[in-house]
Write a new protein. Structure first.
Length: 570
């Protein structure tokens, strides 16, 4: 005899990941709907639902597959045991690759920030190399940050790796210092950058020596604005084309990529008063000035949200728009996407400001889609960011200063309009439905002191905002229906419809008011609108109404659009 039954939902986040239990439920329908929702919202690469039946005799579960969706099972290949490949970097030249410099920027982040330099400059400046080598502790900590995870991942001896990287560090410092003593790094202050590049043509070590000359030009300059200005001045002096131009522009672009990837440079570049959201907007404006200017011309209000870009940042933007430094543009676009998809608040302490700046960023990035980022990348970034906008913490911060429950509901409707993605839309709809169906909301709307027509107009405005927010599902429908039922209660308590019918005004005016209620112009759609339509039909078909149609047909002619909208025309 079969025992208790329940259903388990398993999910894989990626096609090659292992199955993990997502949910257990006794409701088969709920389990299947949850699995389908995981696939629809792209929160899992594949899902499966199993039926688990307990055997009372053995107390073991018998499992039967009920549903399988998404990517097929991966083909597992037998793992080959390979000998450790050795350290990632073996010679000083390996430290100059893009990946190695990214690692150096990460493990030496604090030291580089204090010095106000990049890893590229460190690898090409004798002064910086000696300064880092003299610190001792900084080098040891950086080596440990690299060696420990590498030893754990490859199975190599940790102490052996540390000794190898310590020796590599000493060799790299010695190489840079020795080159500086020999005068291999020319000074752009004494000789033009073009002459330096021309002399290095054909030199097998020209990339290293040119990088040293660029680093020499930046030595002693503090602040991102001054350093960026110096780099752009060298770009202005470079030839229009040819190998000499390439020899100058390539190392400058490498420095720019690292400089702009460092978050601490942004306040000096765009202004210390900007929060993270405004800084991102300034970055987008710098990278795509023409597109952002076009968006602002269509919506001038965005000029209050997107900071102006001036000085060296504006000069860099002009070069990016002209097609120079494609790696810099790609790195900045990657940085913007990274910030949007992170959990970091863009406007700490200002939830409404975060909604505003996200809307501005969405419009700006959409306008640049195809040049910097694809439209799909932009959409996915805002779908990911929307997940953080419907969490309990953010929603509480977003509505905390609302004076009334109606204002809170209107704020939630605005939030619903500004999130994207199926899961976020449904979560926003749940918050909104919970608000409008609460006793606080109903008590506030049914309270005395405010004319019923004003209450109905407010409810209709809120209902319209819900309809235009693109919400779907039972929660959104429930919120709309709740507003309609509440409107009927308010009308019944105040005897609004009978008072309109008995008012000492012309019949045409009564019918017009009733039709505005029936069509959702003056009150929420729902049962109140149906009641108003019935009363309008009764008045039109009355003796007075027929006489009015015969003597003054123009009265109803003006109402024909509302009559058709209410379904009583003809």
């Amino acid at each position: 005899m079969a025992g208790p039954v329940h259903y388990e939902i398993y999910a894989r986040k990626t096609p090659n990941a292992n199955w993990t239990l997502h949910l257990a439920s006794e409701d088969r329908r709920h389990a299947i709907e949850t699995a389908e929702e995981l696939i629809r919202d792209k929160r899992a690469a594949s899902v499966k639902v199993t039926k688990e039946t307990l055997n009372p005799a053995t107390m073991e579960f018998a499992s039967v597959s009920v549903l399988r969706l998404g990517a097929p099972d991966p083909v597992r290949k037998s793992a080959k045991v390979e000998a450790p490949a050795g350290p990632a970097c073996r010679a000083p030249a390996d430290l100059y690759t893009v990946h190695a410099r990214e690692t150096l920027n990460a493990v030496l982040e604090d030291w580089l920030r204090r010095q106000g330099v990049t890893a590229f400059e460190l690898l090409h400046s004798p002064v910086l190399a000696e300064r880092l080598d003299a610190s001792g502790v900084e080098v040891q900590h950086a080596i440990q940050k690299v060696a420990v995870p590498e030893a754990q991942g490859t199975g190599q001896d940790l102490h052996g790796l540390i000794r190898i990287y310590q020796k590599l560090s000493d060799q790299a410092v010695e190489r840079v210092v020795k080159a500086g003593r020999k005068g291999e790094f020319a000074d752009p202050a004494k000789e033009s950058i073009t002459q330096i590049a021309e002399k290095l043509q054909g030199n097998p070590d020209r990339a290293f020596r040119m990088g040293g000359s660029i680093a020499s030009a930046l030595q002693g300059l503090r602040g991102a604005r001054a350093r960026l200005g110096a780099l752009l001045d060298m770009c202005d002096k470079a030839p229009e084309s040819g190998p000499v131009r390439a020899m100058i522009m390539v190392p400058i672009e490498q420095v720019l990529c690292e400089m702009l990837a460092a978050r601490w440079n942004m306040p000096d570049l765009f202004g210390p008063a900007l929060d993270q959201g405004a800084t991102l907007a300034a970055v987008v404006r710098m990278v795509a000035p023409a597109e952002v200017a076009m968006v602002i011309s269509h919506d001038p209000r965005l000029s209050l949200l997107v900071p102006p870009v001036d000085g060296p940042a504006a000069r860099l933007g002009q070069r990016l728009a002209a097609g120079d430094f494609p790696m810099v543009a790609a790195a900045l676009a990657k940085m913007v996407l990274g910030e949007l998809t992170s959990q970091r608040r863009l406007c700490p302490g200002d939830a409404e400001g975060e909604i505003n700046i996200l809307r501005a960023l969405a419009m700006s990035l959409t306008a640049t889609a195809g040049r910097l980022l694809t439209l799909e990348e932009v959409q996915n970034a805002f779908i990911e960011r929307s997940r953080s906008l419907v969490t309990a913490d953010f929603v509480a911060a977003f509505v905390k200063d609302c004076p009334t429950v109606l204002a809170e509901a209107e704020r939630l409707a605005r939030l619903s309009d500004n999130v994207t993605g199926g899961a976020s839309k449904r979560a926003a709809a749940r918050w909104l439905e919970a608000c409008v169906s609460s006793l606080r909301f109903e008590a506030e709307m049914r309270a005395q002191g405010v004319p019923p027509t004003q209450k109905l107009a407010a409810l209709r405005r809120l209902q319209r905002n819900i309809e235009t927010a693109g919400l779907t599902g039972k929660d959104a429908e429930g919120a709309v229906d709740t507003l309609g039922r509440l409107a009927l209660k308010i009308a019944e308590e105040t005897r609004l419809i009978p008072q309109i019918c008995k008012a000492p005004v012309a019949l045409g005016q009564k019918v017009s008011i009733l039709l505005k209620i029936a069509t959702g112009e003056a009150a929420p759609l729902g049962p109140l609108g149906d009641l108003a339509k019935q009363e309008a039909m009764r008045l039109i078909r009355s003796t007075e109404g027929r006489d009015l149609m015969r003597t003054s047909p123009e009265t109803f002619k003006d109402m024909m659009p509302m009559l058709k909208a209410a379904g009583v025309g003809g």
